[in-house]
Design a protein around this ligand. Structure first.
Ligand SMILES: [Zn+2]
Length: 128
């Protein structure tokens, strides 16, 4: 007894449809035996493709020219600290202003009073 019985009708070759009528099993056509034809096919055999290395992986962890993230002068650092301590501006604005200070230093060599005032204006509501 090697024949497997049909999984649809359970082996009796009959199939009760939703109207209560019994018809011939659509899977085994009444034989009660499991058939290859119309059976569930295993379509999940396809292997996932091998993980491809992300394009450009490794390039962003390379040692790039060290990016300056903090002013190098005393005044600039102080000003950047003020920016950092400011509670009324967003972190985005903070990093933008810090960047501005660094840029200003780079072009002027130091932080001019005018520039410091300009930055302070942005981190404090102009109430005075
Ligand atoms: Zn059947």
């Amino acid at each position: 007894m090697a024949a497997e019985s049909c999984g649809i009708c359970g082996g009796d070759g009959r199939f009760a449809n939703s109207f209560g009528n019994q018809t011939r099993c659509p899977s085994c056509h009444g034989t009660g035996r499991k058939s290859d034809e119309g059976g569930l096919r295993d379509v999940t055999k396809t292997k996932p493709s091998h993980h491809k290395p992300t394009p450009g992986a490794g390039s962003n962890r390379a040692v790039v020219v060290e990016k300056q993230t903090w002013p190098s002068t005393f005044e600039g650092g102080q000003l950047a600290n003020e920016v950092k301590a400011c509670a009324t501006i967003s972190n985005d604005t903070k990093s933008k202003l810090t960047r501005e200070i660094i840029d200003h230093e780079a072009t002027h060599g130091n932080c001019t009073q005018t520039f410091i005032k300009k930055i302070r204006k942005q981190i404090r509501p102009a109430t005075t």
